[in-house]
Write a protein that binds this ligand. Structure first.
Ligand code: DOR
Ligand code: ZN
Length: 344
């Protein structure tokens, strides 16, 4: 096969940042995706409908002329979020859900949730209004090993939440473990998961063998190969509960290549090509369309995209750096080859 046409994909988990960074990040994602769920972990976090709509208009200002791009906003869930705010979010077409960050779990998460139990009234409102809960599923207790944080979060918090709120729509974001795959498969159809390119294409050897690779460092951290294989099987199985969410998370080179480097892989410049690489490595390119352009929209009960994109079989190399207003940035997969390329 030399050419592959699929419906225009959507990115169900994306960080764009704010200010001048948008000049780089928005065109990169708008070049391939039609819709994207925009993460709210700015400083300060995007906690209200008004703040999200203001942020959305700053994003729209950077969409290149003639390009269609629809950012759908996630609000940052905090201890102060009220059931009334849930109702307000439910009534706004530009708001897709609330993002739960456990406090301290990742970039800009200090405003996050310290007590999941205290969220009961807000989760009840989300269930009632059919507003999805998007979850960064990791505990942050210092006595829990970083490689076990996702599994323990599922056991302590997610299984109880799904039992207490069976009609709550819940997306476990950027899953990394066999435990997460089992949780999502065993849950009812209100529960789904996004998968990143790096967790499908890499494991912790790619982070640590032969020297620390800061550009492969993200959270949840890459896990051992046996977990990667279970993630791969889930994506390849065609189960509609597993769909595309890049978690593309831009940080400038100076913030990644330093003694205390930031977590996040900026995969946007090659996002769809990276997923195509994964599916083609497993002779399963026929599964790309639903994973990238079908199942996520179905889960969110949004129409599938009617436009298409074309991928052509052509070797190319991801750029070593991308210029931004804040300095150079090293994209994920920098300097490495890919076999499929978006026909732009
Ligand atoms: O690696 C990550 N980077 N994981 C997250 O959860 C957040 C993200 C970011 O915002 O940089
Ligand atoms: Zn993220």
């Amino acid at each position: 096969m030399q050419s592959l046409i699929i419906p225009t994909p959507d990115d169900w988990h994306l960080h764009l940042r704010d200010g001048a960074m948008l000049r780089t990040t928005v065109p990169a994602s708008a070049a391939v995706f039609n819709r994207a769920v925009i993460m709210p972990n700015l400083v300060p976090p995007v906690t209200t409908v008004k703040a999200a709509l203001d942020y959305r208009s700053r994003i729209m200002d950077e969409v290149p002329h003639g390009v269609s791009f629809n950012p759908v906003m996630a609000l940052y869930l905090t201890a102060e979020t009220t059931p009334e705010q849930v109702a307000e979010a439910a009534a706004n077409e530009h708001i897709i859900g609330f993002k739960l960050y456990p406090s301290g779990a990742t970039t800009n998460s200090t405003a996050g949730v310290k007590s999941v139990d205290a969220l009961e009234p807000v989760l009840a409102a989300m269930q009632e209004h059919r507003v999805p809960l998007l979850v960064h599923g990791e505990v942050t207790d210092s006595d829990i090993d970083i490689f076990d944080r996702e599994r323990v979060f599922i056991e302590r918090h997610l299984i109880p939440i799904t039992e207490r709120f069976p009609n709550l729509k819940l997306v476990l974001e950027h899953i990394t473990t066999a435990d997460a795959v089992a949780f999502v498969k065993n849950a009812n159809s209100n529960v789904a998961a996004t998968m990143t390119p790096q967790h499908l294409l890499m494991n912790r050897n790619d982070l640590l063998v032969g020297g620390v690779k800061p550009h492969n460092y993200c959270l949840p951290i890459l896990k051992r190969r046996s977990h990667q294989q279970v993630l791969q099987e889930a994506a390849l199985s065609g189960n509609p509960k597993f769909f595309l969410g890049t978690d593309s998370a831009p940080h400038v080179q100076a913030s990644k290549e330093t003694a205390c480097g930031c977590a996040g892989c900026y995969s946007a410049p090659a996002a769809i090509e990276l997923y195509a690489e994964f599916f083609s490595q497993h002779n399963a390119l026929d599964k790309l369309a639903n994973f990238a352009s079908g199942y996520g929209a179905d889960f969110y009960q949004l129409p599938r995209n009617s436009e298409t994109i074309e991928l052509v079989k052509q070797q190319w190399t991801v750029a070593e750096t991308v210029d931004t207003a804040n300095g150079p940035m090293v994209p994920y997969w920098a300097g490495m080859g890919l076999n499929w390329r978006l026909n732009r």
